[in-house]
Design a protein around this ligand. Structure first.
Ligand SMILES: NC(=O)c1ccc[n+]([C@@H]2O[C@H](COP(=O)([O-])OP(=O)(O)OC[C@H]3O[C@@H](n4cnc5c(N)ncnc54)[C@H](OP(=O)(O)O)[C@@H]3O)[C@@H](O)[C@H]2O)c1
Length: 262
């Protein structure tokens, strides 16, 4: 690990905010990226109050490549090259394609995919020069096995998976790692921010226990310390993944049969 400096997108809520708290408590310096400045300022103060690490608020739209590049220049100039980038910015309502206007589809590509690409692009040169670092992408099980009625959401998570898979090849032998971390349902604000989506979860997914953002953050922290290409949490997710690899067509039919109907 180059140094205990992490840049976290999606830090104003959910998995990103919980990861910032966990790393901050462990003495890391964390750079918090999201659009809601008030949330980032509150979290910065909370982390400072714990007294172990330090937090820096960088309020911006991570889908804005110029804003991300400027942030990366500021961070690198003041603190150096991060040891970890956590791509947790993400949004997207689950809908049929005919109910998802193109502008809404674009917003789902903005975060996670474009946000993750821009952060990776901006910080990778320093990490390659340091020959160390971890890129953690918070993805979705939809990038392994889609279910009905979440089309643009699924496309955006496949884009994130594509970024990770390409990076795995690009980063061989560089000392820099890419990890794709997939959670089952996490009790964040996600389903409030993206109303109506929860009703579209296929019944088969209900066998997967929910995780809290704090539990998800523990998984992210473990991944930073011991990066693996694919991390599935909780254990039932790993079980479903094995089932999918053994019998992909049967699993596809099960996701369809237990999913939402028009
Ligand atoms: N919750 C779940 O059940 C679950 C399960 C598996 C995977 N995931 C994935 O994990 C990721 C994080 O989800 P979460 O549960 O932590 O959701 P969340 O609580 O709604 O947090 C989403 C975060 O993304 C940020 N964000 C969205 N668009 C952004 C942009 N353009 N620029 C910068 N920040 C942006 C939001 O901040 P601002 O609005 O302040 O910008 C917020 O901090 C998502 O991609 C989600 O699909 C979630």
């Amino acid at each position: 690990m180059a140094q205990r400096l992490a840049v976290i997108s999606g830090a104003s809520s959910g998995i990103g905010a919980a990861t910032a708290r966990a790393l901050g408590s462990a003495g890391w310096r964390v750079v918090l990226v999201a659009r809601r400045e008030d949330r980032l300022r509150e979290l910065t103060a909370d982390i400072a109050a714990v007294g172990a690490g330090e937090a820096v608020a960088e309020p911006l739209d991570a889908a804005d490549a110029d804003a991300v590049a400027a942030m990366a220049r500021r961070v690198t100039a003041v603190y150096g090259t991060p040891g970890a980038i956590i791509n947790s910015a993400g949004a997207g309502v689950w809908r049929w394609p005919e109910d998802t206007p193109p502008a809404q589809m674009e917003r789902m590509l903005d975060a996670p995919y474009r946000a993750a690409y821009h952060l990776t692009h901006a910080f990778l040169p320093g990490m390659l020069a340091a020959r160390s670092g971890v890129l953690v992408h918070i993805g979705s099980p939809a990038s392994l096995l889609p279910w009905p009625s979440a089309t643009a959401y699924t496309v955006s998570r496949w884009a994130l998976r594509g970024l990770h898979e390409a990076l795995r090849q690009d980063l061989q032998g560089t000392g820099v790692h890419s990890s794709h971390v997939l959670f089952g349902e996490v009790t964040s604000e996600y389903f409030d921010t993206n109303p109506g989506s929860h009703a579209y979860i296929p019944a088969v997914a209900k066998v997967i226990p929910r995780s809290t953002p704090a539990e998800a953050a523990e998984v992210v922290v473990r991944t930073i310390h011991a990066p693996r290409p694919l991390v599935l949490h909780p254990r039932a997710m790993a079980g479903l993944h094995v089932a999918y690899r053994l019998a992909p067509e049967a699993c596809r039919r099960l996701a369809a049969a237990t999913g939402h109907r028009r």
